[in-house]
Design a protein around this ligand. Sequence first.
Ligand code: ADP
Ligand code: MG
Length: 317
Amino acid sequence: MNEFDLIARYFTREAPNADLGVGDDCALLSVPAGMQLAVSADMLVSGRHFFPDADPYRLGHKALAVNLSDLAAMGAVPRWFTLSLALPQADEAWLAPFSRGLLELAEQHGLSLVGGDTTCGPLTIAIQIAGELPRGSGLLRSAGQAGDDVWVSGELGAAAAAVMHGTGRIRLGDAARLAAFARLDCPTPRVALGQRLRGIAHAALDISDGLAGDLRHICAASGCAAELWLAALPAAACLAELPMALRHEALLSGGDDYELCFTAPPARRAVLQALATELRLPLTRVGCLRAGQGVHVLHDGQDIRWQHGGFDHFAAQ
Ligand code: ADP
Ligand code: MG
């Protein structure tokens, strides 16, 4: 199978959102008047972001899910994406499930694959995604205000528990292990929530590197401090099997949950609770923004001086 057969078979589909999709020098896309493009890219490298023997269906899902999560955190409607792939070989037993995992999730979100690049090399998956939103309505990290509540969606820590299990730091029981790895390998991007937060939330981001570290980005961009209440954090059920210290680590510094963290004025509490019910997705108030700087984790009213930042690829080397 040559490069062009591979692209035709696995990555060429109808692209209803595009004026022109895969097959020419460029895709051609139209953005309606009054809308803004939201563009983001994420790259997954074998051995760094996933184990080389990772299940290809789940990998296809995850590669797109992490990109969708960025659009969600901006409040954008997903529209188009490109896929750049470096593959060690044209292995159909890998390509078929990978493209299924990727394209099934794309279809669920009305997202069109409009181009990409394919080359031989160490397995690397680079996706660029674009969505649209009404001009000026994006949920910027810089829009937080002292006095805002800090909220998170869903539950935290399951993906971190899976990594702890995978690296031998803990041993989860069977049920907890399955639940934890489902979250790590097959995250659900909070796309509907992100769009509904436009006009309600101030600042937002997706939690990819750990809540405490990610929230620091909102604080820095918004020029304020945050308090996080450790006891209020919504813990995934599988964390019950972890000793206290690791539980705190998973909740505060665990990456890969892809929940949304956002800030909103206290006057929006009732609207947000109603939204949680409507979307059947827990929304939990876990802290607040105030004057100052940095993220302060409070436990029984005391600042526990949480030190672990989020994951930093270069610091970790
Ligand atoms: P070029 O030489 O202009 O880079 P290519 O031969 O790399 O074009 O690609 C041919 C067409 O296939 C282009 O429209 C490109 O966007 C698309 N394409 C290449 N690789 C992928 C991929 N992995 N997924 C989707 N589309 C792809
Ligand atoms: Mg090319």
